[in-house]
Design a protein around this ligand. Sequence first.
Ligand SMILES: Cc1cc2nc3c(=O)[nH]c(=O)nc-3n(C[C@H](O)[C@H](O)[C@H](O)COP(=O)(O)O)c2cc1C
Length: 402
Amino acid sequence: MSGTSPSSNNLTKALLPTPQEPQHFQDSPLSKAFAQPLMLGLFLPLQTGGWSQSTLPRGTDWSFEYNTQLTQQAENLGFDIAFGLSQWLPKGGFGGETHYRENFLDPFISAVALASVTKRILLMGTIHVLYGPWHPMHLAKFLATADHISNGRFGANIVTGYAENEPSMFGMTRAEHDRRYAQSAEFTQICNALWAGEDNLTYNGGFYSLENAYVSPRPRYGRPVLATASGSPAGFDYASRYSDIVFVSSPAGEKLADALPKLPAHVAKVKDAAAARGRQVRVIINPTIIVRPTREEAFAYYQSIMDHADLGAIRNFTDRHSAGDSQSWLEHSARGRAVGGHLHIIGSPEEVAEQLQQLHAAGIDGIQITFYDYEPELAYFGEAVIPLLEQAGLRLPVSPMV
Ligand SMILES: Cc1cc2nc3c(=O)[nH]c(=O)nc-3n(C[C@H](O)[C@H](O)[C@H](O)COP(=O)(O)O)c2cc1C
């Protein structure tokens, strides 16, 4: 590498500057979300079929228009986060009768666009930072831009990819599990340095090099919100260093009764690791919620979704997950995917509120909700469950949008 200019820093990894965290600014959108005992997030159905591999008729739609309406609806109900997942799929997605996930809007681009039509909700998009020739400069610049467009409401869910066939779409071979987190860590450290450093950055690392690199404007609250999704020791180590929010799946499959005894220890692993570094992370999980006026109606609806399971799509989905090396969903049943989500929460409004209370008591700080038929079910959740969560002290009331 050639010489550095007088206004540049030639740094080693240990000396890379780190920005302030958005949760340390009292007025940041992240701090407002963290003030809620139980954060509410909506997992956006930016992909055909959302999370449920079932043919039971419904209005859920992957279109940007539908997702805009849902995000605004969630924001009006006081939701804290709208979140999109990312997968790279071959022609036809997971197939089956539903052509599951055949169409898939990119969550990063979608979240940026949603920032323009919302005012207070956090928008989070999942990004595979290791695919293709992504360089930390790209993401540092793009996320700083998203941060300004959203006024500090933008978050990146940094994932390392677990599927075998995704890297090959980019002409790459999947790297070994823990090595991916090592690369992702360097990527994030460089982004942090670009958001925090006072001078041009010159750096020669194990995976990336930069010479006289600089990003301006700076994010509004130190850096954009950073999340990651994992369940492995290497992923939790990464999260304890760099993430504000850790998205976990159930350590015991989709049945809440099985998950509840195991969740406290699972959640404590990542929270304790962060605390040992003088940091705090909040942990969120993805339940599919089926709520109806009575328990009987809720279970009848659950059964119809299951009875319409799209077995072809489920088979393809399960094959892909078995070929992956994620340590996060080893206990999930194939058939449960007809309903989808990492946990199933089913019942009357009172029963659903009670189950959410149990999740919170198990150390969960927020739920990233999926619904089967999004628009009407989100509306009913807002009408019937949120007031109960407020009564239980799990939610501070939020006024509707003006
Ligand atoms: C709750 C949750 C959500 C995830 N969402 C995504 C996603 O949208 N796209 C993706 O490629 N991987 C996703 N992952 C996979 C992880 O990012 C990670 O690559 C995978 O779980 C392997 O790492 P692990 O063994 O550390 O969990 C998710 C994982 C979890 C636990």
